[in-house]
Design a protein around this ligand. Structure first.
Ligand code: BTN
Length: 253
């Protein structure tokens, strides 16, 4: 795939909408990306707001549809995680405790807890996925009361690694775009990556909102994501339950 035309904005409502607007007004043959310093109406998954203060990374781009067994949100999370690791390595920093939790959380694991450091939102528009990546980089999120624990890279390195540093959001964004543009779907390779980066099966006490028969909510001890068969296996005591991906509305931990 050719490289992206990247537009860098000071502020916008949502980079997702910028990409859609561009595609509707400038033709659809293009690969375009928007990176904003802040968003006034950042969108998270499940119609939630994505708090988007200055210092964070807010990036959206279009990507043509492709046949994929592994959910696209997971694929783009993997690319974002690897890009972030690459960028940090260039800064001579090794980040080994980053991974993902199905379906769209990028997390840092430490002290046996998981802290959300970013998220991926995949929407569709015309012939494209519109992929939005939000990463807490230099902004502060530790004191926010989110449903999940959250942390930014800067907060993590300061508090837990004793490194005081600001990171280059534009460089991280460019790395992600470069890796997205050169991405080729290779299932075997992706499964190998998932073995390294998927933390979903380690978490315990998960609350799952299910989709069928109206909305049901239940708590499980453990989940396992079976990417090969598109299903989630839930465990509660000696009970075991299997669900297809599309039946799951939301997973909280
Ligand atoms: C999630 O809820 O975990 C997904 C968050 C996705 C946020 C990103 S920030 C860039 C893009 N623009 C938006 O309005 N949302 C996505």
């Amino acid at each position: 795939m050719t490289n992206y035309n990247l537009y860098i904005l000071d502020s916008c409502k949502s980079t997702q909408e910028e990409v859609k607007y561009f595609l509707s007004s400038q033709g659809q043959e293009k690969f375009v990306a928007f990176l904003a310093s802040e968003q006034t109406q950042g969108k998270g998954s499940y119609s939630r707001e994505w708090v988007s203060e200055k210092g964070g990374l807010y990036l959206s781009f279009n990507y043509p549809f492709f046949k994929n067994l592994i959910p696209s949100s997971i694929i783009f999370s993997l690319i974002a995680i690897k890009s972030l690791k690459d960028y940090l390595l260039q800064q001579k920093i090794v980040l080994d405790n980053i991974g993902l939790i199905y379906p769209n959380d990028m997390v840092l694991k430490f002290n046996k807890d998981y802290y959300k450091v970013g998220g991926v939102l995949v929407e569709t528009y015309k012939n494209f996925y519109i992929v939005g990546i939000g990463i807490n980089v230099n902004n502060s999120v530790l004191n926010y009361k989110f449903e999940h624990r959250a942390i930014s890279l800067k907060e993590y390195f300061l508090l837990y690694e004793n490194i005081s540093k600001e990171f280059d959001v534009v460089e991280i964004g460019k790395k992600i775009l470069h890796n997205v543009a050169s991405f080729k779907y290779d299932q075997e390779e992706l499964f190998k990556e998932l073995e390294k980066f998927d933390f979903s099966s380690e978490i315990q006490n998960v609350e799952v909102l299910l989709f069928w028969d109206g909305e049901k909510k239940d708590k499980f001890d453990k989940i396992k994501i079976d990417y090969l068969n598109n299903k989630i296996v839930l465990y509660k005591g000696r009970m075991r339950k299997e669900l297809k991906f599309e039946k799951i509305f939301r997973i909280m931990y």
